[in-house]
Design a protein around this ligand. Structure first.
Ligand code: GLU
Length: 421
């Protein structure tokens, strides 16, 4: 019996560095299940339109599927499958008792009203109900989904199964069984990873300079944490534009202004006197090639490609988005000595606190904010150190080391399941 389906090239590269049972790699060639459904949803204009929706469990060797649901116009089956494989590696690297999954709806969420989003969220749960559940596959927020959407989803689930099962979804509001620390978890996790690796990274600047692409839930929070920690955040961007200040942006006020819906700029207030600060504007794409110590892509995937990898001047890239650096760009960056802290590690805080939420739900209790923060810090710092150690030992980039560690964990579980003795 042999299967000609090609293994993901980055996995194949990692697999060269660890002894694995052949059956383990075979498991990772194709999704365990990949469901595509059509969701007829009524818009506010009264018209019913059918939206393409997906849920993929790539692998469930180590536990139930786990991963977010994104609402984005570029969502398709191939993207969802790739991201579900990414989640498989992420949960294994972090040693969470899950496999990996991902879901999505092909939809421009920015153009949808709250009422339309609610109908889409509820339709998604109804459409996917056969494959979900706290011990089967547990969705969470991702791009353009948030705790409000998870609230509609878990409410729909309650109606579907005729009972309360808060552990079926994570990233819920606190009032519906959410966990402390979930909304800032991705940024908190990235900050722990940066702190753990900072002494080893060659951050030349004093203070080190940072550019953040994507000023959303994760990017804005991380930018603010880095600002408070003494980093000089010189540029941030969102989907509409980017601002630059070589002297350093006042990130808290940039955030406040953006949250008021006034775009990207900062306003500094002393007492009752407020002064609008004018910043240089740049094309969002140009942010990626600024001369900074740390570049944080925290928006969409595939932004650093073979077309611009040569122009990247940062010494360190911290992948807070899913898959911002393509495989071709990875090779160029490795050649040039740029350290890429891979998404499976740098953005692992979200799913880690999702796991804590699921544990709390299953036990019917709530941990305090400090306990969540402590556990998150311990796990992310330990995983960062372990990944760094493995990279040094194997003489490979961090991404390959992270995948190798993940593959090893999947292999142990797969071998335990498959063993004849
Ligand atoms: N969407 C997040 C991720 O890509 C979180 C997933 C989760 O919490 O299950 O890691």
């Amino acid at each position: 019996m042999s299967d000609p389906t090609a293994l993901d090239p980055r996995l194949a590269e990692a697999a060269r560095h660890v002894p694995l049972a052949r059956a383990t790699l075979d498991r990772l060639r194709r999704p365990r299940s990949s469901l595509e459904v059509s969701l007829p949803v009524r818009g506010d204009d009264g018209e019913v339109r059918s939206l393409a929706a997906y849920r993929v469990r790539w692998d469930t060797t180590r536990g139930p599927g786990k991963g977010g649901v994104r609402f984005h116009p570029e969502v398709d089956r191939a993207m969802t499958e790739r991201l579900a494989l990414g989640m498989t590696l992420k949960t294994a690297l972090l040693d969470l008792p899950y496999g990996g999954a991902k879901g999505g709806v092909r939809l421009d969420a920015k153009q949808a009203s709250a009422a339309e989003l609610e109908r889409v969220a509820r339709a998604w749960v109804s459409g996917m109900a056969d494959v979900l559940g706290p011990e089967r596959d547990i969705p969470a927020p991702d791009l353009y989904t948030n705790e409000r959407i998870m609230a509609w989803m878990v409410d729909q689930w309650t109606a579907t199964v005729r009972g309360h099962q808060p552990a079926a979804f994570t990233g819920k509001p606190l009032a519906l069984g959410g966990s402390h620390g979930r909304t800032t978890a991705t940024a908190d996790g990235a900050k722990h990873v940066i702190d753990a690796l900072a002494p080893k990274l060659d951050l030349a600047g004093d203070p080190p300079t940072v550019a953040v692409q994507g000023f959303g839930n994760a990017g804005a929070e991380l930018a603010e944490q880095l600002f408070h920690a003494g980093y000089r955040v010189v540029a941030v961007s969102d989907s509409r534009g980017a601002i630059l200040d070589h002297g350093g942006l006042h990130v808290p006020s940039v955030r406040r202004v953006k949250e008021r819906g006034e775009g990207l700029r900062s306003v500094l207030c002393e007492g009752s006197v407020c002064e609008a600060r004018e910043h240089e504007r740049l094309e969002p794409g140009d942010l990626l090639t600024l001369d900074v110590d740390v570049l944080v892509p925290a928006a969409l995937g595939g932004v650093i490609t073979e077309a611009n990898a040569d122009a990247v001047r940062a010494g360190v890239i911290v992948e807070v988005a899913n898959e911002p650096v393509t495989a071709e760009a990875d090779a160029i960056l490795a050649e040039r000595g740029v350290t890429v802290v891979p998404d499976v590690l740098a953005s692992g805080g979200g799913v880690t606190v999702s796991y804590f939420e699921w544990v709390q739900n299953r036990q019917g209790l709530r941990w305090g904010a400090e306990e969540v923060a402590r556990r998150l810090g311990e796990r992310l710092r330990a995983t960062a150190a372990e990944t760094w150690g493995r990279a040094e030992e194997l003489g490979v980039p961090l991404r390959t080391a992270a995948s190798a560690l993940a593959l090893e964990r999947i292999d142990v579980a797969a071998s335990a399941r498959d063993s004849l003795t």
